[in-house]
Ligand binder design. Structure first.
Ligand code: NAP
Length: 290
């Protein structure tokens, strides 16, 4: 049971000026009228240990963690949840009596976004573009919850995709993992796949015309394209997917659901998801003028 004194929450990252987490969590806190406040911790690498030491105080309930600290924060924590350890990235920390535990709620956010397509994804090939924290969460969520036939990774730094494929082979021996080494092979892999997930920032504001795939690749109406970017709401990749008749899924629902699970871990209260979604969409609309 939390005390009635003000409990602090926040997001740790750098740079962090454009995060939507404060708008979303503050709307939820206001709606529930609970004694929490959500702020921003803009810290570079070298100050991360000092920040975590200062956050072990009783008033601090927990935090989100974002770029570039999701991986490097792990050794600074007291405990890490099993899923987060396997993913190799933490996006949420919870303070329990001075003990900081790390979680990964990004994977659950991706699972929620893709749940409506479970039947199509199961036993079918998938492609994950990127090899960072988002790619790890995506591959984990898809592998654990949807049992795809295969997951192929494509990354501009091929060695990172190879490492990821190797790690996932050990985690899920029943699924075939591979990496795609060039654009020609990417074309072929995309043509054969039902699910394509972009986890790179290619297409994110202000580079909203950028595509994470070579120009000229077309999609089909049986394909599901998830772009985990949420600014803009509709990326160039998703516009292409829609115009080709494929199913386009943006990163907004992932963002809301990763926030919902984090909020429930911190507060023990049910996240008011409709209020949060409204706040996120309002903030996105105000930002992009859409
Ligand atoms: P990350 O760990 O830094 O990984 C970024 C990946 O993208 C790396 O594989 C990197 O390749 C690749 N990449 C970076 N810039 C690229 C470019 N211009 N063209 C092609 N590939 C590029 O970042 P992350 O945490 O995975 O986040 C990636 C994106 O996902 C961001 O846009 C972020 O906002 C979004 N995201 C959304 C949510 C959500 O809730 N919807 C949650 C998490 C992340 P190298 O290995 O070659 O560097």
């Amino acid at each position: 049971m939390k005390s009635q004194s003000l409990q602090r929450l926040g997001i740790i990252g750098h740079p962090i000026a454009h995060t939507l987490s404060p708008a979303m969590h503050s709307a939820a806190i206001d709606e529930l009228r609970i004694p929490f406040t959500y702020g921003v911790f803009d810290v570079v690498d070298e100050f991360l240990p000092a920040l975590l030491a200062s956050l072990r105080i009783v008033e601090f309930a927990g935090a989100n963690v974002t770029i570039p600290h999701k991986v490097r924060i792990i050794p600074l924590l007291d405990a890490v949840d099993q899923d987060a350890l396997k993913i190799g990235a933490v996006n949420t920390i919870v303070n329990r009596n001075g003990k900081l535990t790390g979680y990964n709620t990004d994977a659950a956010g991706i699972r929620k976004s893709l749940e409506p397509f479970m039947g199509k994804i199961r036993n079918a090939p998938a492609v994950v573009i990127g090899a960072g924290g988002g790619a790890r969460a995506a591959a984990y969520a898809v592998s654990k919850n949807f049992s795809p036939a295969s997951v192929r990774f494509y990354n501009r730094t091929a060695a990172r995709a190879e490492t990821l494929a190797g790690q996932f082979r050990e985690l899920f021996p029943g699924i075939a993992y591979d990496c795609i080494s060039d654009e020609g092979a990417l074309r072929g892999a995309i043509a054969e796949s039902v699910l394509i997930v972009n986890t790179t920032p290619a297409g994110m504001t202000p580079n909203s015309d950028a595509l994470p795939i070579p120009p000229g690749i077309r999609f089909s109406n049986y394909q599901i394209i998830l772009d985990i970017i949420y600014t803009p709401i509709e990326t160039a990749l998703l516009r292409r997917a829609k115009s080709d008749g494929a199913t386009a899924v943006n990163g907004v629902e992932m963002f809301i659901h990763q926030g919902a699970i984090a909020f429930e871990l911190w507060t023990g209260k049910k996240f008011p998801i409709d209020v949060a979604r409204r706040a996120v969409l309002q903030a996105l609309t105000a930002r992009t003028g859409l």
